[in-house]
Design a protein around this ligand. Structure first.
Ligand code: FES
Length: 342
């Protein structure tokens, strides 16, 4: 039976034995090893890791949201892959930092329209304790009356308070969009579960590069707020893009953060229409420069096409693969998917 070795970001190594054909996530769980996961059907990429040696097989009945190129480069989804012989995997997170997800409820305190297509949902957790999460993580929210879950990253920093602020992109047809437009009322209770995800701010003092598209700004805001509180001397460059200028939101929040985090540089881009200064006309990846890359912790959050383009630029300019952390935001509309917007 194959040995599977997991190498975590803090250097911890754990080896388990998998049964033939057993999914890596299931094998880890059977051996008492908790790994990051969410959908468990190959969709959300919360279980994504990188193969360092050996080979894996994709479950023949599964679908995967990884591209052929990503799989060829060694990217693996543990929920839909089994070991084809001994294999070693690099997990992009520290084993001890992720807390188990739990069910909880929130109450809506405010629904704020930040732009034509973005809403900030201000909520407050109910029950005995606030939610403990890492800056950059997300929660799943059940849409009232629709029976579907949608995922949103917190845009506030964990503070021990009960507030959870979420940025929601409004779509013409989306379960959460329809709820917020037509039925949501202050005081409504929402069923949630979390925290989830391995996209969280790593400790340290290295400069940080962030690339955010649309509501992919949300986890960056949580990280920036956390740094402003804990490591205000850290250097950060945020490249933030949207389709239209109206869709660039929270610019006042970013300006306020710059006074608390003096090393924060913000660059903005708009991909459609003529952008007025200080916005660049173009894609967010057009804001990247070669000097941004070396010796950085890098965070990419936005549509897959943006993340892929940014990753290609960064690796071609020398970024280490292990320094790049990615969260994909996929507008869900009618489809199933994950980090969300609809
Ligand atoms: S948990 Fe594996 S893709 Fe979602």
């Amino acid at each position: 039976m194959p040995d599977v070795t997991f190498v975590f970001a803090d250097g911890e190594r754990t080896t388990i034995t998998a049964r033939p054909g057993e999914m890596l996530l299931a094998a880890a769980r059977r051996n008492g090893l908790a790994l990051s996961s969410d959908c468990e059907v190959g969709d959300c990429q919360t279980c994504r890791c990188t193969r360092l040696s050996g080979a894996v097989e994709l479950d023949e009945f599964a679908t995967t949201s990884l591209t052929d190129a990503e799989m060829a480069e060694g990217e693996v989804l543990t929920c839909v892959s089994s070991a084809a012989g001994d294999v070693t995997l690099r997990m992009p997170y520290e084993r001890t930092r992720l807390l188990p997800a739990k069910a909880f409820s929130v109450r809506i305190d405010a629904v704020e329209r930040l732009g034509p297509s973005v809403v900030r949902l201000r909520t407050r957790t109910l029950g005995l304790k606030p939610l403990v999460f890492l800056p950059g993580q997300y929660i799943n929210v059940k849409v009232p009356g629709a029976g579907v879950m949608r995922s949103y990253s917190m845009s506030n920093a964990p503070s021990g308070e009960r507030s959870l602020d979420l940025l929601v992109r409004l779509l013409d047809a989306g379960a959460m969009s329809d709820y917020l437009r037509d039925r949501a009322s202050l005081g409504d209770h929402l069923e949630c579960e979390g925290p989830r995800g391995t996209f969280y701010l790593r400790d340290g003092t290295r400069p940080v590069l962030m690339v955010a598209g649309g509501t992919g700004l949300a986890p960056m805001l949580a990280m920036l707020r956390h740094m402003a509180e804990r490591t205000p001397g850290r250097k950060v460059c945020l490249c933030y893009g949207a389709t239209k200028a109206d869709d660039l939101v929270c610019l006042d929040d970013l300006k306020a953060l710059q006074s608390r985090l003096p090393g924060l540089e913000v660059r903005t881009a708009v991909s459609q229409g003529r952008a007025a200064v200080p916005f660049l006309s173009g894609h967010v990846t057009d804001l990247l420069r070669p000097a941004d890359v070396p010796d950085r912790d890098i965070y990419l959050c936005g549509p897959p096409a943006m993340s892929d383009a940014a990753r290609i630029y960064l690796t071609s300019h020398g970024a280490e693969a292990a320094a790049i952390h990615v969260e994909r935001f996929v507008p869900t509309g009618e489809a199933t998917s994950r980090l969300v917007t609809a």
